[in-house]
Design a protein around this ligand. Structure first.
Ligand code: NI
Length: 187
């Protein structure tokens, strides 16, 4: 089932998330719905808070970028309770990002080029891996959602000033989207 995407300004995007357990009700269905919702909105990553659920759960599929970045071909990941550790000496790279919850805004964000990621997959197998490049960026963006952080929080103060009115429009519900959304403003 395609779920509405919660937009910037909705409090669920700023709420603390809970750890997922095998007993989390409806987990398999939620994962299936997140996948369907992400594909329907042409996203490459989605986090549970974006569909209104305060859980540490992310789905990523960057295969579509495989023509430009062959290392992303066939990369699909369900991340349950992901944990990122970063060596602060690892360089950052600035590159444009967008987000299904912040439609119409694309801004440069600095991210670590390499991270260490621990996560559990949908079969409850544990993984641990160094992740680099664009995938590291996507993982950092999605995991930020689990800690109430949006990419627009990380743009430079001057750029933030420039997008202020666009963000205010999203909060007011004055935004056009090709996918189903749920905003903060009441109709
Ligand atoms: Ni996002």
């Amino acid at each position: 089932m395609i779920l509405p995407i919660y937009l910037y300004g909705h409090p669920v995007l700023r709420k603390a998330t809970e750890l997922v357990t095998p007993e989390t009700p409806g987990l398999a269905e939620l994962i299936a719905n997140m996948k369907e919702t992400m594909y329907a909105s042409d996203g490459i990553g989605i986090a549970a808070p974006q569909v209104g659920r305060s859980l540490r759960l992310v789905y990523i599929d960057v295969d579509i970028l495989g023509d430009d970045m062959p290392e992303l071909r066939d990369v699909r990941m369900v991340l349950i309770n992901p944990e990122i550790t970063v060596d602060e000496s690892v360089p950052v790279k600035t590159r444009e990002e967008g987000c299904l919850s912040v439609p119409g805004i694309h801004e440069p964000v600095a991210r670590h080029e390499k991270i260490h990621l621990k996560w559990t997959d949908e079969n409850w197998e544990q993984h641990e891996q160094d992740i680099e490049g664009y995938l590291a960026r996507v993982v950092q963006h999605e995991c930020d959602h689990l800690f109430a952080t949006l990419f627009v929080d990380r743009v430079s103060p001057i750029r933030k000033q420039l997008i202020r009115s666009k963000l205010a429009s999203i909060v007011k519900g004055k935004v056009q989207c090709s996918y189903r959304t749920k905003g903060f403003a009441k109709r």
